[in-house]
Design a protein around this ligand. Structure first.
Ligand SMILES: *Cc1c(COP(=O)(O)O)cnc(C)c1O
Length: 341
């Protein structure tokens, strides 16, 4: 059995707490975005936990991600929205799909306000309305993307979206959604929507331009010190001269089995980790190991925590949280725990 490895612990309690908080605070259902391996948290674990607690609506970016969820037979009632487009001529695709026999209750219509990713553009709206009314269709949902960074432009898109939904018939759509994490923090609860479509906040991650103290980080990356080396008798740390690396001139270096092969990039060098509740400097990161400058208090087997609060790492590393987390590789074992101490 492997010892002293770093694992990603997933707190069921924090995840469900965030879901309940979002639901009651914004008074909306939550469409949980679990793309990119649930933002590095493991799509299988996260969908399993959400499903078990009654949350059965998931959204992903790609077809292969949806297939991954569908392979899990214990999630048979899950409803999965895939953002990826399957062609360019959206109105005809919808028509073809329906004529082919796909139920409109399985289809969500995406409206494109100029973000240009995918969806029906406004010039096709009349035709879409005629088609929907002629066939008297009721859909699983309608949505768009609130891409504007500037508040006033955002309000304009919200207004346009409302107009489109009302024009097509609000009652024809079971789910209506527009906002991702930063948009719920910016614009609050919108009358027109039934759901918020969020990733970041369900994992308790703080994003660009918003901070919500009620959210709880769901993951915890922790392991044990695999070994301590006394530097008095050696000039080297891994393949490097210690004189080039040490910033505190420490006497001891601790080795931890966590490196860029696990997705812990070298940009994390000279940031801090926590050992026995004290901060220490991460001096060197190799493919398989990280080396930490420590003092005589740190012993082999002591617990070490990486990214204790990942929002603090973002300004230091000049990378966003999404990037930092989705690159955590499958070599890092993920494990569900009720609570993180
Ligand atoms: C990724 C994504 C989301 C979720 O974004 P967060 O910022 O993580 O909340 C919502 N909608 C679409 C279309 C997305 O691609």
């Amino acid at each position: 059995m492997a010892i002293n490895s770093v694992k990603m612990y997933i707190s069921e309690k924090n995840l469900i707490y965030n879901m309940e908080y979002l639901k009651s605070n914004f008074n909306k259902e939550v469409l949980a975005v679990v793309k990119s391996n649930a933002y590095g948290h493991d799509i299988n674990l996260i969908t399993k936990l959400l499903y078990k607690n009654g949350y059965k609506n998931f959204a992903v970016a790609r077809l292969v991600e949806a297939q991954k969820i569908m392979l899990n037979t214990s999630l048979s009632q899950a409803e999965i929205l895939i953002f990826e487009s399957i062609g360019k001529d959206f109105l005809n695709i919808i028509k073809e799909a329906i004529e082919y026999g796909i139920l409109p209750e399985k289809i969500q219509i995406k409206i494109d306000f100029g973000f240009g990713r995918n969806g029906i553009t406004l010039d096709y709206l009349e035709k879409l309305k005629k088609y929907i009314e002629k066939k008297n269709l009721f859909f699983n949902g309608i949505y768009s993307h609130l891409f504007a960074v500037c508040h006033r432009d955002g309000l304009k898109i919200i207004k346009k979206f409302e107009d489109v939904v009302n024009f097509l018939g609000k009652e024809r759509f079971k789910m209506i959604h527009l906002q991702n994490s930063s948009a719920i923090e910016k614009y609050g609860s919108l009358d027109i929507t039934t759901h918020i479509r969020v990733g970041m906040v369900i994992y308790g991650l703080q994003g660009d331009g918003f901070f919500d103290k009620n959210l709880r980080q769901v993951f915890s990356l922790r392991g044990q010190i695999a070994g301590i080396k006394n530097l008095e008798s050696s000039n080297y740390i891994a393949y490097n001269l210690k004189s080039n690396l040490l910033i505190n001139n420490s006497k001891y270096i601790a080795k931890v089995k966590f490196g860029y092969g696990d997705g812990f990039l070298k940009v994390n060098e000279n940031t801090k980790c926590l050992i026995n509740n004290k901060e220490y400097n991460i001096t060197l990161i190799t493919m398989d190991n990280s080396f930490i400058e420590v003092d005589e208090n740190v012993k082999e087997g002591d617990e070490i925590i990486f990214y204790p609060d990942i929002s603090f790492s973002v300004p230091i590393l000049n990378m966003n949280i999404y990037e930092l987390l989705v690159i955590i590789t499958s070599r890092v074992e993920k494990e569900i725990v009720d609570e993180i101490k």
